[in-house]
Write a protein that binds this ligand. Structure first.
Ligand code: ZN
Length: 55
């Protein structure tokens, strides 16, 4: 599975009960729709991913 933006390899992540795929190259993230709300900043997900990688 490749990134629709940059065609790089996507990585699969599990955060609690949520699993998603993200691109470590350009930051694209396939975020489940139910977790997107109007006005919600994508940076909050970036922070979550950053914490995941820092562990
Ligand atoms: Zn990408």
């Amino acid at each position: 599975m490749n990134c629709p933006r940059c065609q790089g390899s996507l990585e699969e992540l599990s955060l609690g009960d949520v699993s998603t795929t993200m691109c470590p190259h350009c930051g694209f993230a396939d975020i489940p729709v139910e977790h997107i709300r109007d006005g919600e900043e994508p940076e909050s997900w970036r922070d979550a991913f950053n914490r995941f990688y820092e562990r």
